[in-house]
Design a protein around this ligand. Structure first.
Ligand SMILES: [Fe+2]
Ligand SMILES: [Fe+2]
Length: 326
């Protein structure tokens, strides 16, 4: 890439980031602003059951499932926040045409601050929902941080972090669509929680897209290989983290929330497909709506009422007959 082209890319990246974060102070939500008593209102558990199992009657399993998933998500968000801060620190004495002015610094600072508040919010939610402390012995925070404590250029770390966060952000966006479809007036706390989380996530996804589509192609081939290596390493540790949360939650709450849980099946399938197809055969990075084939279309439509994840609206469909599920 010539310097002139690089200048163009840098200007484009800075412009995109400025536009993405322009209303970050408006489209956001502080955890203090929730009415936390509503998190455990009587209508919440039946709604959780409907959301996860497509019907009422599985309240305790649904509560345990949400507890596990959101406690685990909080752990991952805390790590995203920490690594984003690490990247900011490493960028401060490496000025270049992208890292000039306030745009990149502001976008990553907002991202990091929002993720630590999401972790705060989700931990508080699952505590009140389950009445237990959502902790695991094998949180792997040090190991997950060490993946990024390397000599790689901070942009390599940033892109790898965005790629790994992107898969989870895409999956939870589909769950947000599902709760919106089941509860369009947002009467339930869970719907409001996912909706308000989604206000920030919509920006994160756009920042991920900038990292994947504009910054990644500007790396040399060795740096691109390193992105792939870091993504694999963090994904492997996140899988171990998920196993630890599954075991700890099932033991603490004494309930099997996986067997016969259709939402868990859809979640696993989406996570697998989004992760597996992130790198296109030509080595470029794909956004999830570029991955959507007929089979995934049907899965998304039945589960969330939408045939898209981040781009839309293309079509709004009724949920599948079983109320979702695989
Ligand atoms: Fe988040
Ligand atoms: Fe996020």
């Amino acid at each position: 890439m010539t310097l002139a082209e690089r200048s163009d890319v840098a200007a484009q990246i800075r412009g995109e980031l400025a536009s993405i974060t322009r209303l970050a102070h408006v489209n956001t939500f502080h955890p203090n602003a929730f009415d936390w008593a509503e998190a455990t209102a009587p209508a919440e558990l039946p709604f959780l059951s409907e959301m996860a199992f497509g019907e009422r009657g599985h309240e305790r399993q649904a509560m345990a499932y949400i507890t596990k998933e959101l406690a685990q998500l909080a752990e991952i968000e805390r790590h995203v926040s920490a690594v984003m801060t690490l990247v900011l620190g490493e960028l401060q004495d490496r000025p270049d045409e992208i890292n000039t002015g306030h745009e990149l610094h502001h976008a990553l600072s907002c991202f990091a601050a929002e993720e630590i508040q999401h972790a705060n919010t989700f931990y508080r939610y699952v505590r009140s929902l389950s009445n237990v402390e959502p902790r695991v012995d094998a949180g792997l925070f040090g190991e997950r941080l060490a993946v990024f404590q390397t000599d790689d250029h901070p942009y390599v770390k940033l892109i790898a972090l965005c790629c790994s966060a992107y898969v989870g952000e895409s999956v939870i966006t589909v769950f947000e669509h599902r709760t919106d479809a089941l509860d369009p007036m947002r009467n339930r706390f869970l719907t409001r929680l996912l909706h308000t989380h989604g206000l920030d996530e919509a920006r994160h996804v756009k920042i991920d897209h900038v990292a994947m589509k504009l910054l990644y192609p500007a790396l040399d081939s060795r740096q691109r290989d390193r992105v792939r290596t870091l993504v694999s390493a963090i994904e492997e540790l996140n899988r171990r983290l998920a196993g630890a949360f599954q075991q700890a939650t099932a033991e603490t709450l004494g309930v099997d929330f996986v067997t016969g849980n259709p939402a868990a099946v859809v979640q696993l399938e989406m996570t697998r497909r989004f992760g597996a197809q992130l790198f296109a055969p030509d080595g470029s990075l794909r956004d999830v709506d570029e991955m959507v084939d007929d089979e995934l279309h049907r899965l998304l439509a039945d589960f969330s009422g939408q045939t898209w994840v981040h781009r839309g609206p293309r079509a709004v469909l009724a949920l599948g007959a079983a109320g979702g599920a695989a």
